[in-house]
Design a protein around this ligand. Structure first.
Ligand code: DLL
Length: 456
């Protein structure tokens, strides 16, 4: 008997701009070096940068710095630089050439303001279109955009990218979840764009209201704007029966579309390096770290007109990898952002990130993925209370939700043990009834910090 094995032909990855996304590293570096020279000429006319470079002893910037290796001798730019020079101090173009302004809210004080020229908007459209293709979207798709519209870059940034990509955009923005579900059902959207916490909210809303999952046609979710874990990805994928992919970005660099996970590899996010030059540094010393080491992400805008930033300290913790990817793209990949440096909590001497707590909680079957971390200061000691919902099934099995019952006590102990064993953390645990932890409609508020003077 002759066995004929017919190889199943795998569909080719859809790459938006193959010439650039699959460039050799040598070609890419030549392009980056040229663009770095140009952007340094541009910023050297700005008063803030003139002063910053002079203070750092960097002179004749435009002439002296053309080589990528010289980048590490340039000073960093920080979020507070944008705040201290509010609103337009870091702009390198007159407002008459700035077509749009966005701002990121921040919890206190003035927002961080950014601007875009016509060309900046073209670049933003391009990187968002690349990101959509990278996630497995196609120009014939209907794309439901539930990122907030307004000063936040998520909604409008992706909106223009979707139109440029040639797909149909549904500008849903955040909130009114019932209506969003109806629109997804009626318009047959195949792609959902939102924060991961809002996607989960949609999934739970459907379940709680008895809405059949098969009435929506979403196959792919493009989720970002906040840290999320692999465990949360699994929960979203099973709740909505979709593939969930990670998109990263920040207003100071452009907005969404700085990097995107590819549907083929799902192992790290491709950084669109022809526009955004990434580095990983040791946050304490500022030294550049080698490939694969964990540190703070730093980006330099290579081609931005209105407000290009040089060596911008994102505060996000990640790693960079340069090895080839199964999708064929050659652009560096960054590991999913673990956390923001300033989100780190120090609880009785233990340094812990909310994402680590999320990971531990989501691995406990009896819990729902809805939690909040409340920090108080008691007699000079920081005390963490982990408030987490019990799943509906467990409450149904118990028959009631009563602090006195044996199961209640043993579940509390199980969570405390997991936190202690996984990260050495001692925390109070408050089990919550289903649907009592506030649901997210945009970026989730994971930490409620009640300390008068945060020790961050
Ligand atoms: O959040 C831009 C964006 C919109 C990205 C939509 C993705 C999707 P900002 O409001 O300026 O911009 O917040 C930027 O959010 O420094 C990270 O701390 C965090 N962040 C963004 N994407 C991710 C992600 C938008 N995929 C800040 N994973 C960044 C983890 C993320 N954190």
């Amino acid at each position: 008997m002759v066995l004929v094995v017919v190889a199943k032909t795998k569909s080719e990855p859809f790459i938006w701009n193959k010439n650039v996304e699959c460039m050799s590293r040598g070609e890419l570096q030549t392009m980056q070096a040229k663009r770095l020279g140009d952007v340094l000429k541009r910023v050297s006319k700005n008063e803030f940068y003139k002063k910053r470079f002079a203070e750092a002893g960097v002179s004749n910037l435009a002439e002296n710095f053309k080589d990528l290796a010289d980048l590490k001798s340039l000073p960093f730019t920080y979020k507070y630089d944008l705040r201290n020079n509010y609103p337009f101090g870091l702009f390198c173009e007159p407002l008459s050439n700035v077509r749009r302004i966005h701002a990121s809210s921040g919890t206190k004080g003035k927002p961080t303001v950014v601007g875009y020229t016509d060309q900046d908007i073209e670049i933003w459209k391009e990187v968002c279109a690349r990101s959509l293709a990278c996630a497995g979207a196609r120009p014939k798709d209907v794309i439901h955009n539930a990122y907030g519209y307004g000063l936040f870059t998520g909604g409008l940034g992706m909106h223009y990218g979707i139109e440029h990509f040639g797909a149909t955009v549904i500008p849903a923005s955040g909130g009114r979840t019932q209506q969003q579900i109806m629109l997804m059902q009626d318009f047959g959207s195949r792609i959902l764009l939102s924060t991961p916490s809002y996607a989960l909210n949609i999934g739970y809303h459907m379940e709680e209201h008895g809405i059949d999952l098969s009435t929506i046609k979403i196959e792919i979710g493009i989720f970002g704007a906040e840290p999320w874990t692999e465990e949360l990805r699994k929960q979203i994928e099973s709740k909505l029966n979709i593939k969930a992919l990670d998109i990263y970005g920040l207003s100071e660099i452009i907005g969404p579309g700085v990097s995107m996970e590819c549907v083929e590899g799902r192992k790290g996010l491709h950084v669109w390096e022809d526009y955004f030059l990434p580095e990983i540094i040791d946050p304490k010393s500022g030294e550049v770290l080698p490939e694969g080491e964990e540190g703070e992400l730093v980006f330099t805008n290579l081609q931005k007109e209105a407000i290009p930033v040089i060596r911008y300290r994102t505060g996000d913790i990640s790693r960079l990898y340069y090895e080839p990817c199964v999708c064929g793209r050659t652009m560096a990949r960054m590991e999913r952002v673990k956390a923001r440096l300033d989100d780190m909590l120090i609880i009785r001497g233990v340094n812990v990130y909310p994402s680590e707590i999320e990971q531990a909680l989501l691995s406990i079957d009896e819990l729902a993925p809805h939690y909040q971390l409340v920090v108080n200061r008691e007699k000079a000691l920081d005390v963490l209370e982990v408030q987490v919902e019990i799943s509906e099934e467990i409450v149904a099995r118990w028959g009631e939700f009563d602090k006195g019952q044996v199961e209640f006590e043993s579940l509390t102990q199980k969570i405390q043990k997991a936190l202690k064993e996984n990260m050495g953390l001692t925390a109070d645990v408050k089990l919550m009834k289903p649907r009592t932890v506030p649901r997210s409609e945009g970026k989730a508020v994971r930490v409620v910090d009640n300390r008068a003077q945060p020790s961050k």
